[in-house]
Write a protein that binds this ligand. Structure first.
Ligand SMILES: Cc1ncc(COP(=O)(O)O)c(C=O)c1O
Length: 363
């Protein structure tokens, strides 16, 4: 399968590791094994393939993140990246119509395109607080639409689709018998009210939820993700999965379950980082009116509108060269004129000060 260059991943591989202040990150300071509860038995576990489709312990822990799911509705994957890919392979084929709500993680349009689908990009707008316009969505969808892809909370905008709006999106999909794939890797990180939005899997018979340990639970190094959907779809995903996964690492499975069983502790720690950093970001925006952004309702990133004639790629290259601060150019998200800023980053204040100094020199 020929597929487009994955622009964000290419950029991050090239620029993030060498950055002095990495604001391309989307992960809240990753945890270590010593932060998790484990027993010494782990050293005596035989490292076989383990439970092929994921352990019952892990599936039970994942089930607790949903309202009405059973462990038969869950399969374990190699990160959310593996989960998304398996879902696309399971339901799409040449000529199928797909609506992808952008900006989003590039998998959600480049894989369907590579599979020969007709992909319609629906662009979110800043003036709508990066939330979908339901009337526009109704105009795009038709009886041939097989799948709507969304990412909620959204990377890169930090927007969270309110539950009432999700209900409306479900009605639109239902009227056209379309699946909805909701990439929910940032679910559990709503900054106001209940941290968990409703999951699409709990709202719609053809709703598919993808989640993972990487963002909300600060364990991207475990490479554990999942798909939650009705059993018929899970069966199809497992069929595809046999060809590319066998099982995930037994150790990853063990530590993911241990982390989810203590998710409140991780949430407390992560929200204290996020709220502190959000205050830093708000103060900085107040003092730096050359930059604008819709404040995030969830997740770990915002789309920042910068004030310069440079393209987003040149702006980021120039910024990193002169200050050591790495941002992600909007170009990598099909959003020229913006940059993505991971406000979950550890040295946010210093990095933002550097961006201000750079702005002064440039203007
Ligand atoms: C929206 C979204 N989906 C999926 C992924 C991949 O996550 P994972 O580390 O679980 O594979 C990312 C990673 O940045 C993401 O932002």
């Amino acid at each position: 399968m020929k597929i487009a260059e994955f622009k964000i991943e290419e950029w991050m591989n090239k620029y993030s590791a060498s950055a002095k202040y990495d604001l391309t990150t989307t992960c809240i300071s990753p945890l270590c094994i010593n932060d998790l509860n484990y027993s010494k038995d782990i050293f005596n576990i035989k490292l076989g393939y383990g439970d092929i489709e994921g352990s019952l312990r892990l599936k039970t822990a994942i089930k607790s993140l949903y309202e009405n799911q059973s462990t038969d509705n869950i399969t374990i994957t190699h990160g959310a990246i593996g989960a998304n890919q398996l879902v696309f392979l399971s339901i799409l084929g040449q000529g199928d119509e797909v609506i992808s709500i952008v900006p989003t993680y590039q998998q959600h349009y480049s894989i369907p395109e590579a599979l020969g689908c007709e992909v319609k990009l629906y662009f979110l707008k800043e003036e709508n607080q990066w939330l979908p316009d339901l009337e526009e969505l109704k105009k795009l969808i038709n009886k041939k639409t097989k799948l709507i892809c969304l990412n909620n909370p959204n990377n890169p905008t930090g927007a969270v689709i309110p539950d009432w709006m999700l209900e409306e999106i479900v009605k639109i999909a239902e009227n056209n018998n379309a699946w909805i794939l909701s990439d929910e890797v940032y679910r559990g990180l709503n900054l106001d009210g209940n941290p968990y939005s409703k999951s699409i899997a709990d709202m719609y018979e053809k709703g598919i939820s993808v989640g993972s340990m990487s963002k909300t639970y600060s364990l991207p190094g475990l490479r554990v993700g999942w798909v939650v959907a009705k059993p018929e779809l899970i069966k199809e995903v497992n069929h595809q999965r046999q060809y590319n996964t066998i099982s995930i690492s037994l150790l990853d499975d063990y530590f993911a379950a241990a982390a989810l069983e203590n998710k409140e502790r991780i949430a407390n720690r992560n929200f204290s980082i996020l709220h502190k950093n959000l205050d830093i970001l708000k103060n900085w925006l107040d003092k730096n009116p050359q930059f604008n952004c819709v404040l995030p309702s969830g997740g770990t990133t915002v789309l920042l509108r910068y004030n310069s004639n440079l393209s987003s790629v040149d702006y980021c290259k120039n910024l990193q060269k002169t200050t050591g601060v790495a941002l992600l150019p909007g170009k990598t998200f099909e959003m020229e004129g913006y940059v993505r800023l991971g406000f979950c980053a550890e040295n946010l204040q210093t990095a933002l000060d550097k961006i201000s100094e750079h702005q002064e020199i440039c203007s």
